[in-house]
Design a protein around this ligand. Structure first.
Ligand code: DX5
Ligand code: ZN
Length: 227
C-alpha cells in the first residue's frame, strides 16, 4: 500500500471566503481528492455556516467531487436542494436522522453517494444496521460545529472499531475522519484504519499556503506505508 490510498478532503470552513473559488482551485491543483462542505443550522450544532448556494457556486469551478456534511436537523428536507446544487455525496448524522434508513435511501434515489456520521459520544453500533446501505462512515474526531478544535485522542480506538465493522461487511465502504487532523494526528488515524481525511485549518489556515500544507500531510504519512 502507498500513501495514495489515503484521500484528502479539504474543508472549506477554514478557507478565505473572500476568495473561495481561488482556494478551491488551489486545493484541486495541490491534489485534493474531494471538497468537504460543512453545513450547519444553529440547532443541531451551535453555529451557522453554508447552504446549497455555496455548492452551486463551486460546482462550475471544480471537477472534484463535492461532499456535503449535513450538521442540521431533519436533513431529509434539504437533500433535493443539495443534489440540485451539484453535491456528489451527502453525509448525515446518525444522532438526528430520525428516519435514517429513509434518509439514506433518498440520497441514493437522487443518484448520490450516502454517508453516515458519528459524533464523538456515539457508539459505532449506531451505524451497524445501516452499513449495508452506505458508501461511507465518517467518525467525528471533534465535536461538530467549529473548525480549529483539538483532536479527541479517544477517537483512535473508535476508528479501529468502525474499521472492524466495515471489514466484516466485505463491502467497499470508505472510513473518513473529521476534526483536528494535521501532520501529527494524520498518522494515528490512518494507522487506526481511516482512509479519507477531512482537514480545514491544517490546509486553509496554513501560513505557507494550501500546496505546502497538503504536501506536509502527505509527507507525514510516508512512514505509515514503508516501500
Ligand atoms: C467541524 C467540521 C469540520 C471542520 C474541521 O464541525 O465538520 O469539517 O471544518 O476543521 P479542522 O480541520 O480545522 O478541525
Ligand atoms: Zn465536516
Amino acid at each position: 500500500m502507498s500513501p495514495s490510498v489515503v484521500k484528502l478532503a479539504p474543508s472549506i470552513l477554514a478557507a478565505d471566503f473572500t476568495r473561495l473559488g481561488e482556494q478551491v482551485r488551489e486545493a484541486e491543483q495541490a491534489g485534493a481528492d474531494r471538497i468537504h462542505i460543512d453545513v450547519m443550522d444553529g440547532h443541531f450544532v451551535p453555529n451557522i455556516s453554508m447552504g446549497p448556494v455555496v455548492v452551486k457556486a463551486l460546482r462550475p469551478i471544480t471537477s472534484l467531487p463535492l461532499e456535503v456534511h449535513l450538521m442540521i436537523e431533519h436533513p431529509i428536507r434539504f437533500l433535493d436542494a443539495f443534489a440540485e446544487a451539484g453535491a456528489d455525496s451527502m453525509l448525515v448524522h446518525v444522532e438526528n436522522a430520525v428516519n435514517l434508513h429513509r434518509t439514506v435511501q433518498h440520497i441514493k434515489v437522487l443518484g448520490k453517494k450516502a454517508g453516515v456520521v458519528l459524533n464523538p459520544a456515539t457508539s459505532p453500533v449506531a451505524a451497524a444496521e445501516i452499513l449495508p446501505d452506505v458508501d461511507l462512515v465518517l467518525v467525528m474526531t471533534v465535536n461538530p460545529g467549529f473548525g480549529g478544535q483539538q483532536f479527541i485522542t479517544g477517537m483512535i480506538d473508535k476508528i479501529r472499531r468502525v474499521r472492524r465493522l466495515i471489514d466484516q461487511t466485505k463491502r467497499d465502504i470508505e472510513l473518513e475522519v473529521d476534526g483536528g487532523i494535521d501532520a501529527a494526528t494524520t498518522t494515528r488515524v490512518v494507522e487506526a484504519g481511516a482512509r479519507v481525511l477531512v482537514a480545514g485549518s491544517a490546509i486553509f489556515g496554513s501560513p505557507d499556503g494550501v500546496v505546502a500544507a497538503m504536501n506536509r500531510l502527505r509527507t507525514a504519512l510516508l512512514p505509515v506505508f514503508p516501500s
